[in-house]
Design a protein around this ligand. Structure first.
Ligand code: DGJ
Length: 702
């Protein structure tokens, strides 16, 4: 008999059957009527027994069990010496529900395998689930191969939303039909990865931004992971997410436990936009989420690269301050022997070559201009050509007997090694203690490939946990220092690193055309205030494309805005234009960084998105032409989801230097604005002027 628990969230309801041992989700979807008889939900979905299958229908529980007859991928894999306890079956023990019905903890046990499993559910803005496996044996260790979280998905959700990616082309959304079999994405990079963001959606076929049922799940974890979507031959579907463990990475000694990373899951009956807003609300509800205005910054990387000259940096700071920039971030090149990317990682002391009088003259200059000072570090790495490596080659993640694979001339430092960890912590602590530093750009530029020091054992899990400890420890010691998560651009974007960091570097690609898609994908997981977005030089160094300032500015405008461009090369007019963009962004950032992110459905030649104020009193939206389209004139821009009865005054936002486009006459409203109701805008939209490919138009509605 079903024993069900009902959790009521802000946007969805969850009904869990705890009689199945490991709990099983029997309903996760639109809020249910108060009159619903939840015990009948499970009964209503009771499946028939068919010929050619076991005499039970094993449930798709949170950790489905091979030993119970589940025909898909078990949620738990592991064994004891001799190969026993490889297919456990857990029986219910007890559960605890929070007074406000938002949380439940379910306890189960397998007395034969001497294992117990605890599952934690919380439903608020989003659903979060974790599982904890404990080795109850007093004598034998348990070798864990993997523990994942499984979410059953209704059978009509026959389309998958996933992502492709690589360096400078992160988070490209892709749709895949989900007819049969499985879709898998596995990450072995040792960081969240460019290629396989731990994020997946499933929805009713053809779901759009504003229609259809959508379920989404994210694994909040910055190491290796597996994401699976499987349709069983009996028609049922599920998503499964978890840490990918290398052989031998988790060996549970008697009494020890392993807890999965959190799976954060969202659902909407009205399309993808509403679903992904729940990811944003979930993040925004955390106490650690930034609540102060996000400073506009200048980053020195694409301005000067490794060429650190104090006078030039000071002039750059002067120019930055003059256009209203609020934070100056000194990127790679300030430390050790780091005159290029071949040496110096690990030597976290100020380079006497680059900065003979230390960083103080520059920091004093920057702060004297009223800006904050930020600095780049890459603490998890070491160059073989460094004092640190020469002193401690055994601190690198290498495997004795094998030649090391280098990437960008560097190795991973084994932070699972306490001495290495303490050494790096000490240096970072001193750096922050001895300087007036408000911001750290924390980079990580290579994959894990080798084992852990002398033991040769795989070290990715230990490294991931050590990274979190390092960030936590620094955060405790320097609570006012903000940290950015960067990993060759966007290879470390996830909700777990965002517990410890206030923004991500979304991509090393500052090409506005590429960024339109990258940021659209990123917006499916993270809100704009944590999405680093910079105005780069006119010619992008990663693609060679040229874009005018209007397109670059309109594209970076919604994120945490930065400038990564040598402002010393600009004419007075160009500087003024940057100043106008910065001022406009500052004026609108309370809306941009607190409102509801919306994306619009368009033909592939276009990309449109925006931010609506939570009370729908105001909005900023962007319409970009990515490539040439069938018609020179774009279709009327439909804006669903506004307040239907409210009248909105619509004006074009004057991002400077905007191109006129191929119009002989532009729509009349462009001159003075126009007032339309939310209902009109949703049903009929507003006609835009024709604009050239690789340009965008921004509208303000108020
Ligand atoms: C990779 C980062 O993503 C870039 O922004 C820059 O900081 C370089 N590393 C510096 O080496």
């Amino acid at each position: 008999l079903a024993d069900v628990i009902h959790l009521r969230g802000r946007a969805s309801d969850l009904v869990v059957d705890v009689s199945t041992g490991v709990p099983t989700i029997v309903y996760w979807g639109a809020p249910l009527d108060h009159g619903t008889d939840f015990s009948r939900l499970a009964a209503a979905l009771d499946r028939p027994l068919t010929h050619g299958s076991p005499d039970v229908v094993a449930p798709i529980s949170i950790v489905p069990e091979h030993g119970s007859g589940f025909p898909g991928r078990p949620g738990l894999s592991g064994h004891r010496r001799g190969g026993t306890a490889w297919a456990p079956r857990f029986a219910p023990v007890s559960h605890e529900i929070d007074v406000d019905d938002s949380r439940v903890v379910v306890y189960t046990v397998d007395e034969v395998a001497e294992l117990s499993l605890r599952v934690d559910f919380e439903l608020d803005q989003a659903l979060t689930v974790t599982a904890t496996l404990k080795n109850d044996s007093s004598t034998d260790r348990y070798l864990l191969g993997g523990l994942t979280i499984t979410l059953p998905i209704p059978e009509h959700a026959a389309e998958i939303g996933t992502f492709t990616g690589r360096w400078t082309r992160e988070l490209h959304p892709v749709r895949v039909p989900w007819e049969h079999g499985s879709f898998t994405s596995e990450n072995r990079r040792g960081r969240t990865s460019h290629e396989h963001p731990p994020l997946i959606f499933a929805g009713s076929p053809g779901y759009t931004e504003w229609s259809g049922s959508v379920w989404g799940a994210h694994l909040a974890w910055s190491g290796n992971h597996v994401v699976l979507a499987e349709r069983l031959p009996d028609g049922r579907r599920y998503l499964q997410l978890g840490e990918l463990l290398h052989p031998g990475e988790v060996s549970l000694e008697p009494g020890q436990s392993y807890r999965t990373p959190q799976v954060i899951a969202v659902h909407s009956c009205v399309g993808l936009t509403a679903a992904t807003q729940q990811f944003h609300r979930h993040l925004r509800a955390r106490p650690s989420h930034p609540s102060t205005p996000r400073p506009v910054l200048i980053n020195t990387w694409e301005a000067v690269y490794f060429d650190h000259d104090l006078d030039r940096l000071k002039q750059l700071a002067d120019r930055a301050a003059s256009v209203g920039i609020e934070r100056f971030v000194l990127d790679d090149g300030w430390f050790g022997s780091r005159r290029d990317d071949t040496s110096g990682l690990g030597d976290w002391w100020v380079s006497p070559d680059a900065h003979p009088d230390g960083l103080k003259p520059l920091i004093d200059h920057v702060t004297g201009l009223g800006m904050e000072f930020g600095i780049w570090v890459e603490p998890e790495m070491v160059n073989p050509d460094s004092d640190l490596y020469r002193a401690h080659p055994e601190w690198a993640l290498t495997t004795t007997g094998y030649e090391s694979v280098l990437a960008r001339h560097q190795l991973v430092l084994d932070l699972g090694n306490h001495q290495a960890f303490d050494h790096i912590l000490g240096h970072l602590d001193a750096l922050l203690r001895d300087h007036d530093i408000a911001f750290v750009k924390w980079d990580m530029n290579r994959d894990h490939i080798h084992g852990s020091g002398n033991t040769g054992a795989a070290g990715t899990r230990a490294q991931t946990l050590a990274l979190y400890r390092l960030l936590d420890e620094l955060g405790d010691r320097h609570p006012n220092v903000e940290i950015e998560s960067c990993s060759s651009g966007g290879a470390r974007i996830d909700h777990e690193v965002l517990r410890r960091t206030v923004r991500v570097w979304t991509s090393d690609c500052n090409d506005a055309l590429e960024r339109q898609t990258i940021q659209r994908g990123a917006s499916m997981l993270i809100p704009p205030e944590v999405t680093g977005a910079h105005i780069g030089p006119e010619r992008s160094h990663t693609t060679g494309r040229r874009h005018n300032l209007a397109f670059r500015a309109a594209t970076a405008f919604f994120g945490q805005l930065g400038v990564e461009w040598n402002l010393l090369d600009l004419t007075g007019d160009e500087l003024d234009q940057v100043g106008v963009v910065v001022a406009l962004h500052k004026r609108l950032r309370p809306l941009l960084h607190n409102g509801d992110v919306v994306r619009f459905d368009t033909e592939p030649a276009y990309s449109a998105h925006g931010v609506y104020a939570a009370d729908r009193s105001e909005a900023v939206v962007s319409f970009a032409v990515l490539t040439s389209a069938l018609s020179l004139t774009p279709p009327p821009f439909l804006l669903p989801g506004l307040d239907p009865t409210r009248s909105y005054c619509i004006t074009r936002l004057a991002v400077p230097d905007h191109p006129s486009g191929p119009n002989r006459r532009v729509p009349a409203w462009l001159a003075d604005g126009v007032t339309l109701t939310g209902a009109q805008l949703g049903a009929h939209g507003i006609q835009l002027p024709a604009i050239h490919p690789e340009s965008a138009i921004l509208l303000h509605l108020f």
